[in-house]
Design a protein around this ligand. Structure first.
Ligand code: AMP
Ligand code: GLC
Length: 454
C-alpha cells in the first residue's frame, strides 16, 4: 500500500472510532495568544528607536527574561536569524504596556491545554476537562462549543461546566506571538524557516499556578477521565519548580492508581534542574512527546552527549540517532510510549505493538497539515482536506535508512523488543501560522491511538 492509501485508511478508521474515547483531562497551561505577523519595515524602525547595537547583542545571546525593550527586540531577532522558536517571560510592566500598544492581528486560544481542548473537544467531540489558571471573559470566549469543561466548586460541591458558563472575571494571561514567514528579511538577517518568538506577559502559566479546584478536588476530577495530558512545565526554574512538581507527583499518583494513561507534552525547558526533575518523573507517565531539540536536551541530562550532538547535526534529523535516544530513555525510565516529531517525519517507540500506533501517527500528520494550512481547524472534515498536501519527499531517505537498519516494513519494525513506528508527514509550503502545530500532532496521535486500540 502507498503512503497515500495508508493515510486515507487511517483517517477513516480514526473518524469512525474517535467517539469511543471518554474524558481527557488536560493540565496545566491555558492562555490567550495575541498573534502579530511581523512587518520588517516596522520592526527595523522600532529597533532603531531603541538602539540597534544593544538589540543586536541580545540577538546573539538570548536574555533569560524580558526586562527591557532591548531584550524584547533582541529576542525577536534571535528567532528570526535562526528560524527557531523561543519564549521568554516578560517581567517589566512598561514592556507589557509597549507590547499591548504595538498590538496584534488576531487573538487566539493559547497554551497547550487551551489548544488541545479546542481541538479534542471542539473539533473531535471528545469530552475534555481543562485546567485554566485564569478564566477571564476573553479567555472563556476563545473556547469552542462542544464537550469542554472546567471544574467549578459551589457550596463545596464540584460541577463540570463549559468555560463560558463558569462566568469568571479573572485576569487575562496574554502571550504575544511574533510570527514570521520563511525568507523574512530584517537588517542583514533572513529567516531560514517560518517560526515565532513568544513574549509571555503572564504571571500564572510561567509559574504553573494550580487552581484551588484542582488542589482540593483532583481525585473527583480524575474519576471523570479516561486519559490525561500534562503540559506547561517548560518555564519553571530552579527557584520555583519544587512546589508545582510536588503537586504534579501527587496528581500522577492518583492517575496511576486509577490506571489512567498520562501523556507528558514536553516543551523546550531551558532549566537543567527542571529537566532532571521531569526525567525522574517520566516512569509515572505512559507517554511523552518531543521534537529534536527537546529530545537532545534530555539526552544531555542523562549523560548521552554524543547522541544529543547527532540529533542536532543532520537535516532531516538522523532517524537512527533518534531511535537510539528513544531506546535509552525507555530503558532508563520505563515510559511506555515515546513520540518524536520533526519537520518531515514522526517516529514512535512503544512497549506494545500494532498497526494502530502507526495509523494514529498518520492521523496526527493530517491534522498537523490541516492546522498549518488553515491556521485553525474547525471540523474533522477540515482534516481530510489535508489529504491533497503531498507526502514529504525528503522522508524517503529517512524511510530507507530505517528499512536498512531495522528491517522496517510499511513503517513498522521490531527493535529490541519494542515497536518502532514511522510515518513521513505532509509539509505545507506556506503555513498560515506555526504556533500550536506541535500540540495538534501530539494530542491527535495520543488520543487517536486510544480510539484505535483493539
Ligand atoms: P514544535 O517543534 O513542537 O513546535 O512542533 C512543530 C512541528 O510541527 C514540527 O516538528 C513539524 O512536524 C510540524 N510542522 C511545522 N511546520 C509545518 C508545516 N509547514 N507543515 C506541516 N507540519 C509542520
Ligand atoms: C506555549 C506558549 C503559548 C502557545 C503554545 C503553543 O505554551 O506559552 O502561548 O500557545 O506554546 O504550543
Amino acid at each position: 500500500m502507498s503512503w497515500d492509501a495508508l493515510y486515507s485508511s487511517a483517517f477513516d478508521k480514526v473518524r469512525g472510532n474517535i467517539g469511543k474515547v471518554g474524558g481527557v483531562l488536560l493540565a496545566y497551561n491555558t492562555n490567550i495568544d495575541a498573534v502579530k505577523y511581523l512587518d520588517s519595515k516596522d520592526l527595523e524602525r522600532r529597533v532603531r528607536n531603541v538602539g540597534e547595537d544593544e538589540v543586536l547583542r541580545y540577538s546573539d545571546e538570548l536574555p533569560e527574561k524580558i526586562t527591557s525593550l532591548e531584550h524584547l527586540f533582541g529576542g525577536i531577532l534571535w528567532s528570526v536569524r535562526r528560524g527557531k522558536a523561543a519564549e521568554l517571560f516578560v517581567e517589566s510592566c512598561s514592556v507589557r504596556f509597549y507590547m499591548k500598544r504595538w498590538g496584534w492581528d488576531e487573538l487566539r486560544m493559547g497554551g497547550q491545554v487551551g489548544i488541545m481542548a479546542n481541538l479534542l473537544g471542539g473539533v473531535y467531540n471528545v469530552p475534555v476537562i481543562a485546567h485554566v489558571p485564569q478564566l477571564s471573559r476573553l479567555q472563556a470566549e476563545l473556547f469552542k462549543d462542544g464537550p469542554i469543561y472546567v471544574p467549578k466548586v459551589e457550596n463545596g460541591k464540584l460541577r463540570l461546566v463549559h468555560p463560558r458558563d463558569f462566568a469568571g472575571d479573572e485576569e487575562n494571561c496574554i502571550h504575544y506571538i511574533y510570527e514570521f514567514p520563511r525568507g523574512f528579511r530584517v537588517f542583514d538577517f533572513e529567516a531560514p524557516r517560518e517560526n515565532r518568538f513568544i513574549g509571555s506577559a503572564d504571571d500564572y502559566n510561567p509559574n504553573v499556578y494550580i487552581r484551588p479546584e484542582f488542589h482540593e478536588h483532583f481525585e473527583e476530577i480524575a474519576s471523570e477521565s479516561e486519559l490525561a495530558v500534562i503540559s506547561g512545565l517548560q518555564a519553571l526554574t530552579g527557584e520555583n519548580y519544587r512546589e508545582p512538581v510536588e503537586t504534579l507527583r501527587g496528581h500522577l499518583e492518583i492517575l496511576n492508581d486509577k490506571d489512567i494513561p498520562v501523556h507528558l507534552e514536553f516543551a523546550f525547558t531551558t532549566d537543567r534542574t527542571v529537566r532532571e526533575a521531569l526525567v525522574d518523573l517520566l516512569g509515572k507517565f505512559w507517554s511523552v512527546g518531543f521534537n529534536e531539540v527537546e529530545l537532545a536536551s534530555i539526552m544531555e541530562v542523562v549523560g548521552e552527549d554524543e547522541i544529543a550532538r547527532k540529533l542536532l547535526t543532520h537535516d532531516p534529523v538522523d532517524p537512527v540517532a533518534v531511535t537510539e535516544a528513544m531506546l535509552k530513555l525507555a530503558e532508563k525510565t520505563g515510559v511506555r510510549r515515546i513520540h518524536f516529531h520533526t519537520y518531515g517525519y514522526y517516529l514512535a517507540l512503544t512497549a506494545y505493538k500494532g498497526e494502530f500506533i502507526r495509523d494514529a501517527l498518520l492521523f496526527a500528520a493530517l491534522a498537523a497539515a490541516a492546522k498549518a494550512k488553515l491556521g485553525d481547524v474547525h471540523s474533522i472534515d477540515d482534516v481530510v482536506k489535508a489529504m491533497e498536501v503531498p507526502v514529504n519527499e525528503r522522508a524517503k531517505a529517512v524511510e530507507a535508512a530505517l528499512e536498512e537498519r531495522y528491517g522496517m516494513e510499511k513503517g513498522i519494525a521490531d527493535v529490541d523488543g519494542y515497536q518502532l513506528s514511522f510515518v513521513p508527514t505532509k509539509i505545507v509550503e506556506r503555513p498560515k501560522s506555526t504556533v500550536g502545530i506541535g500540540d495538534t500532532i501530539s494530542s491527535s496521535a495520543f488520543v487517536g491511538e486510544f480510539a484505535l486500540r483493539p
